[in-house]
Design a binder for this molecule. Structure first.
Ligand SMILES: [Zn+2]
Length: 292
């Protein structure tokens, strides 16, 4: 199958912070209850880390699930992928998450087409509804999001231009469209909890970095005698290294870092000690012939 291309250069905002909540109240008609909405406000000092994506991915579904009133979920997303609109940390020092709604609502609707995860952890696309949902996504996504896309020469075949998303929200909408059109399977990453497109049977991790972190955690568990046995399906090649798994684990949507990650950090401390003793071991081995 030909590999689908979708390019995006983003800036993750690892130092983004929660600054408060914005409350909007709206009185529609006299005698009707007032509608009150809450939106988390987040800020970024402009520091960021660049990353590149070169194919569609399903983390748009995680974006769709973000509770915009929650003090952690939106923040976690921004720390991992940056501002969906590309303005936080550049033209805006802070904003409230109501700005995410116009792009989020159509994506949230699109996600309804995927069935609950099966016993293997896979969420399948309902192929009786994907086409209709794709049309709805195109119709309901604001026009300015479509304007945030370009065609550029592909790195695989330069005379066949491929789409580039100028903003993260455009990347997510285009990715959702690919997922609907191809009825892609999804699952949540065993390490960071973000949704990703399942391209290989048995894939457990969203990215190379989550794969590496996940294997370390697995080894630590095995080392401590708590691993389940017989699972050797840990090696993945998701073709993407966004080097962020540890960051996301610390601030995953709706939760604290899992205990396994604590173990990993402790393990990292031990690793340097172990490496030092390994070096001594090698040095001694090299000297030994000279002594005899
Ligand atoms: Zn992950």
């Amino acid at each position: 199958m030909k590999r689908e291309r979708l390019y995006f250069s983003g800036t993750r905002r690892r130092a983004a912070s929660y600054v408060g909540v914005k409350i909007e109240s709206e009185e529609r008609l006299e005698g009707q209850p007032t509608i009150i909405s809450r939106f988390a406000m987040i800020a970024s000092d402009g520091q960021g880390q660049r990353y590149e994506l070169n194919r569609p991915d399903s983390f748009w579904r995680t974006f769709g699930e973000v509770d915009l009133a929650d003090r952690r979920q939106g923040l976690s997303f921004v720390r991992r992928y940056g501002c969906p609109l590309g303005v936080l940390g550049t033209t805006s020092a802070d904003y409230d998450l109501s700005l995410w709604l116009p792009a989020q609502l159509p994506l949230r609707a699109a996600a309804q087409v995927w069935l609950p995860v099966d016993a293997a952890g896979i969420s399948h696309c309902d192929m009786t509804r994907n086409e209709l949902a794709a049309h709805a996504l195109v119709r309901d996504t604001p026009k300015e999001v479509w304007d945030e896309t370009r065609l550029v020469p592909s790195d695989a075949d330069s005379i066949e231009p491929q789409p580039r998303a100028v903003t993260l929200r455009a990347f997510m909408v285009l990715s959702a469209l690919y997922d609907l059109r191809n009825a892609n399977m999804m699952r949540t990453c065993s390490q960071c909890g973000f949704w990703f497109t399942v391209r290989r049977a048995g894939a457990l991790y969203c990215s190379q970095s989550c794969n590496v972190t996940g294997i370390k955690v697995f080894k630590v568990r095995a080392w401590k005698g708590t691993a389940s046995h017989g699972d050797d399906s840990q090696t993945q090649d998701q073709g993407r290294n966004d080097d962020l798994s540890s960051e996301v684990v610390r601030a995953r949507p709706g939760g604290e870092a899992p205990a396994a990650h604590e173990k990993l950090r402790k393990r990292k401390g031990r690793k340097s000690v172990r490496r030092a003793s390994d070096n001594r071991g090698r040095a001694q081995r090299r000297r030994r012939p000279a002594q005899t």
